[in-house]
Ligand binder design. Structure first.
Ligand code: NAD
Length: 352
């Protein structure tokens, strides 16, 4: 069993811990928290041993009536790999500790690219083999990579142009905004997202621009990819629908936005209403000459979670991308396929 520690138990960390715990070949040794808040309490309820991320604050847990199993250094010492899910910039500071304990680590997309080798399971799994420090790229870069990879392989990509309408903050981030505006953010064009994609696809020509909108649910991408071929719309739809971590939303489902998507996930009984897949509107996938257009939604809180699990296997095992992603998806239940005839590979039968 691969022994895993999770440092930082917030939006991403709590999901990564659950995803790791669900794997047949992994075990969560513990999670490190800075303070005994509601997330620390739920970690205990879920059976995870708690470690004090900041030693000087360890007594706060005891004062709150919660036992800790040790300090962060003890956790780092006890595991085969740490998944660092601390806020942007703190992961890079933690790298020294991981190095001192000779413990490999998986970082998140909020860190600068030089913290480790950038990773997306669909696109460059093999490239991080033997790396000790890997960075799962951001939610937006993950969402873009999953679409670019098959297009690049199948047709070649001449140019990607993407407009990212980003959620203002996650549901629990009450201090973020905007509340009543749509803001170019960053106002400079191109935004930093394009360069991040080239950490995964060094040869892809991509420009991105980004805005922030008053929603907490999901990001929306408007994508234009100029291909090096002119396939039919239906052929490209089939290619995209065939990707394991992409859900093509069928017209019949009557899902018009993030609200309905989240309801769908909750109705399906998904933990926290998570949507680990890119959600691409099937009718939006359109070819005009060599230009592909589509709209997709990205659940920022969860699309990187299966990628973290695969990053662990990429670093520590000999498994291939196909073996690892299949195992991850099976254990987590990743892979939405609509029963509607226009939306999935399975047809609706009379018994359904
Ligand atoms: P978060 O604020 O929800 O969670 C971070 C957790 O780390 C919190 O529980 C916080 O208390 C804790 N923490 C703070 N300082 C710490 C320290 N020194 N040591 C240990 N823990 C500490 O943040 P998040 O949204 O989960 O983001 C974590 C990382 O994932 C960032 O790099 C972020 O850019 C990236 N990411 C976030 C999203 C998203 O939309 N939320 C999506 C993809 C990637």
């Amino acid at each position: 069993m691969i022994q895993v520690g999770v440092n930082g138990y917030g939006t991403i960390g709590k999901r990564v811990a659950d995803a790791v715990a669900a794997q047949p070949d992994m075990e969560v040794v513990g999670v490190a928290k800075t303070s005994p808040n509601y997330e620390a309490e739920t970690a205990v309820r879920r059976g995870y041993d708690l470690y004090a991320a900041i030693p000087e604050r360890a007594s706060a847990f005891a004062d709150a009536g919660i036992d800790v199993a040790g300090e962060l250094a003890d956790l780092v010492d006890a595991v085969d790999v740490v998944v660092d899910c601390t806020p942007s910039g703190i992961g890079a500071e933690n790298r020294e500790l991981y190095e001192a304990h000779d413990t490999p680590a998986v970082f998140q997309g909020g860190e600068d690219a030089d913290v480790g080798v950038s990773f997306n399971a669909r696109s460059n799994f093999e490239e991080v083999k033997d790396a000790d420090y890997v960075r799962v790229v951001s939610c937006n870069t993950t969402g873009l990579s999953r679409i670019i990879a098959p297009l690049e392989e199948e047709y070649g990509v001449e140019k990607v142009r993407a407009t990212l309408i980003r959620r203002g903050g996650d549901p629990g981030e009450t201090s973020r905004g905007p509340i009543n505006d749509v803001i170019p953010d960053p106002v400079e064009i191109p935004s930093h997202h394009g360069p991040d994609v080239t950490e995964i696809f060094p040869d892809v020509d991509i420009d991105t621009q980004a805005l922030k909108a008053p929603t907490t649910l999901m990001h929306t991408h408007s994508l234009n990819v100029t291909l090096e071929a002119e396939p039919e719309t239906e052929t490209v739809r089939d290619l995209i629908a065939g990707q394991d971590r992409v859900f093509t939303i069928p017209e019949t489902a009557d899902i018009d936005g993030a609200g309905a998507l989240k309801q769908y996930a909750l109705d399906l009984g998904r933990s926290r209403g998570d949507l680990w897949e890119n959600c691409v509107w099937a009718e939006s996938i359109s070819m005009e000459g060599a230009d592909l257009y589509l709209f997709q939604n990205i659940h920022q809180e969860s699309d990187v979670v299966p990628e973290n699990v695969d990053a662990i296997r990429a670093i520590l095992t000999d498994e291939s991308a196909a073996e690892s992603t299949a195992k991850t998806d099976e254990a987590m239940g990743v892979g939405l396929e609509s029963l509607f005839a226009d939306g999935g590979r399975e047809q609706l039968t009379a018994d359904d």
